[in-house]
Structures are given as C-alpha cells and as structure tokens.
Design a protein around this ligand. Structure first.
Ligand SMILES: *Cc1c(COP(=O)(O)O)cnc(C)c1O
Length: 406
C-alpha cells in the first residue's frame, strides 16, 4: 500500500471555515476581486518558487484567449448536435493525442483528469471481461485512484511489490493472475519517483493471459514521447505496444492545459461495447464537461506542435539537470534514484531532512517532505514553467538550508 511509502503527518481530515451565510446583497466587483487578490497573496509560495506538488503549472497563455472565445460551451456525447464545435475540439484533440501515443486510430475521451481516466479504464476492463468476481493486478506504486475504482466497481485489487527504486517484481505480477483476473495495470511513469514501469513485460503477460492492460501515463503522456524524440532511450510505453488496451494521460500535469483536462484513450472502437449507454447516455464518469478545456487542448497542441513541446521538455530537463548536479555537489544529501522525468527525490544520512525542508520553506521555496521506504525524503516536481534560473536559485537555497540544518 502507498502508506508504506509515504507516512503523512496526522492532520485534520477536512478543515472547514465556520458556518457562513449566503449573502443577501451582492458586493461590487472591485471589492470581490480585491479580496481574491489578497487571498492569493497570502499563499505561502510564489508559483516560481514552488517545487512541491506543482506538476500543475499555469496553462499556456493562449488558453486564456481560447476560454474567452469559447465561454459557456460544453461537451458531452449526447449533446454533440447542440455544441458541435466543442465536441469536434474534444474528438480532434483525442485523435492528436492518439497519434502522439502510438495509435492514430485509437478512440477515447477528454476526462476531468487522471482519476476519472483510471476509473473509466477499470470499469471498461471489468465490463469487457464479464466475470462474476473480477480482480485487477497492479504494482503497489500505482496511483491510489485505482483503489477508489476498486471500491466503486466491486473489483478486488491485488497489489504486488516493488523494489526500493519502484521497479515492479514481475514474478509477483505473474503469480497474482488468477482465473478471475480481468486486467493488469502499470504506470508510465509511477508518481512517487517518476520511474517507468516495464510496459512491454506487462504487455507480454496481458497477451499471454488474454487480459486487458491499462497504462497510467498521467505524468508521462506529455513528456515521454518528446523525450524519445529528443533521443532518450526509453522502453516502449504507449499504445504502439501490442497488448496495451488503454492509455491515459493528464494535460494538466506537463501538457500546459487547464486543470481538469485528462485523456482516456482506448485502443479500438470495438471495445466501446464495454460502455453501455442505452439508458445512461454517459460514456465516462462525468457528463457535462467544459468546452473551453477541449478547445484549449486543441489550441495548445496546434499552437505548439511537437516542436514546441520538444523545446519545452528539453528546457524542463535542463532545469532538472541543474538541480541534480546541485544535489550531487552537496555532501550531506543524495538522490534516492536517478530521475527519469521531472521528479527528483533526495535524502540524507547525516542531516535532518525535515529541518532542511523547513529551512527551504522559510526561504520561500516549496517542496514536499515525507517518508519513503523508511527514509525521510524531499520530493521536487518541476513543471514546464521552470527555467534554469529558478533551478540555480533553488540549488543556492538548498545549500543554505543544508548548512543551517547541519
Ligand atoms: C496525478 C496522477 C493521477 C491522478 O490524476 P488527477 O488528475 O489528479 O485525478 C493518476 N496517476 C498518476 C501516476 C498521477 O501522477
């Protein structure tokens, strides 16, 4: 379970403000906007200095203009005749992603994000298999949304071990397959260390046992294809691998799209028989979805193209490299694993990492602190808006923070 990786400090399960009346009279726009400005200013870290849970950067600047043009539009399969533009933006964006991810003929949906995409895949796999006691096998490093899906869809989830660098034990995966198994799940990459699961090994198992294979590419879909184009040597991970049934990715992670833009891609349209819509009219887990997100996805892909995303990924990886070199130069801290993408984890045998974390926060730099495999660690997640100046400034702050914690 994820808890073995990360022990969160106990905290209030759901903090709420005191009861609040619904205002009788409206306030002037300038007052309301002023209040918003004040609140935002009180947030502890500026966007540039937050290396914590910030895989979500600001969307590409074109998105704001697209939203103005498409405000109030929405897409949902059953209303496509009413807002054909939004439906077309959605489906064309899906086709562009399908091409990027190895199978132009793949079908699919824009979802509200990774959680909805993962759950949609579990439901599809369960329905297509039609078994009475369905089970799904996944490495324990996979995202917790699969546990939510298992609960909702009455699927038994079998979690298999990974090693200290998040590599799944493939023997355990094989042994976990039973006559009740309906699907395998793997990640490209997993979210803890950002390491790529051996998708071809999972695909081979899926093919030989006639199982559905879903690949969670929440983080990877907008970086791995461009890394490959930039010459990085990666194992195959996408829909071009025979045996991969579906692939999902989040536009709001490294794709510069607005929050709540995910892609759920299904290998063949024939698999849509697993989504009964005769009485629900709903294909995914949400219905009415924002048309401006579909238009934004379409627009950013058209505007940046592969060349634009490649350049952005190259810049992002340069910043990662600056921080990696900085960590390597500081005697007291060390990487927990060689970063593959934009996620960096480091620990120490000699200084108190919680102290380092607090020192960084005190200097205005956001990061995440937690426990992983019994080691205190700091995790950084960079987004495409970081440049090497932010990275150098972070390294300087880290040096000071380690010095202070010594
Ligand atoms: C972020 C993430 C998800 C969930 O995505 P949301 O958009 O937050 O619902 C799923 N899987 C992985 C690997 C992720 O990093």
């Amino acid at each position: 379970m994820a808890q073995e990786f990360e022990r969160h400090a106990p905290r209030d399960p759901l903090p709420m403000p005191p009861p609040m009346g619904f205002p009788e009279k409206g306030q002037p726009e300038s007052d309301v906007l002023g209040d918003i400005q004040d609140r935002i200013t009180e947030d502890p870290f500026s966007i540039e200095r937050n290396f914590g849970i910030t895989y979500v950067g600001p969307p590409h600047p074109i998105v704001e203009r697209v939203s103005t043009l498409t405000r109030g539009t929405y897409f949902v399969e059953w209303a496509r005749e009413w807002v054909p533009s939004a439906y077309a933006f959605e489906k064309e964006a899906v086709r562009m992603m399908a091409s990027l991810l190895g199978r132009p003929e793949a079908t699919g949906f824009i979802t509200s994000g990774g959680t909805e995409s993962n759950m949609s895949a579990m439901r599809l796999a369960r329905n297509l298999a039609g078994k009475s006691d369905p089970e799904i096998v996944m490495p324990t490093s996979a995202h917790y949304s699969f546990r939510l899906g298992a609960e909702l869809f009455g699927v038994k989830l079998i979690e298999t071990p990974v090693d200290a660098e998040m590599r799944p034990d493939m023997d355990s995966v094989r042994r976990a397959i039973t006559p009740n198994t309906v699907a395998l799940i793997c990640s490209a990459p997993e979210g803890n260390f950002g390491q790529l699961d051996p998708v071809p090994d999972f695909a081979e198992l899926a093919l030989s046992h006639d199982l559905y294979l879903h690949v969670d590419g929440a983080f990877g879909g907008f970086i791995l294809p461009f890394m490959r184009e930039l010459g990085h040597d990666l194992v195959p991970f996408d829909l071009s691998v025979p045996g991969v049934s579906s692939f999902m990715t989040d536009g709001h992670k490294l794709g510069m799209l607005p929050v709540a833009t995910g892609f759920f891609l299904i290998k063949d349209a024939s698999m849509l028989t697993g989504i009964p819509v005769e009485t629900t009219f709903i294909h995914t887990l949400t219905a009415t979805k924002p048309g401006d997100h579909a238009a934004a996805a379409w627009a950013v892909m058209r505007h940046l193209g592969r060349a634009g995303y490649r350049a952005s990924v190259a810049r992002l990886l340069e910043s990662v490299q600056v921080i990696v070199e900085g960590i390597n130069q500081i005697e007291e801290v060390k990487l927990m694993v060689k970063p593959l993408i934009s996620v960096i984890n480091f620990t120490s045998d000699s200084v108190d990492m919680e102290r380092v974390f607090n020192e960084l926060s005190g200097r205005g730099w956001g990061s995440t602190f937690g426990d992983m495999n019994g080691k205190a660690r700091i995790r950084l997640s960079l987004n495409p808006h970081r440049d090497h100046e932010h990275a150098h400034a972070f390294v300087a702050a880290l040096k000071e923070s380690v010095q202070a914690a010594r």
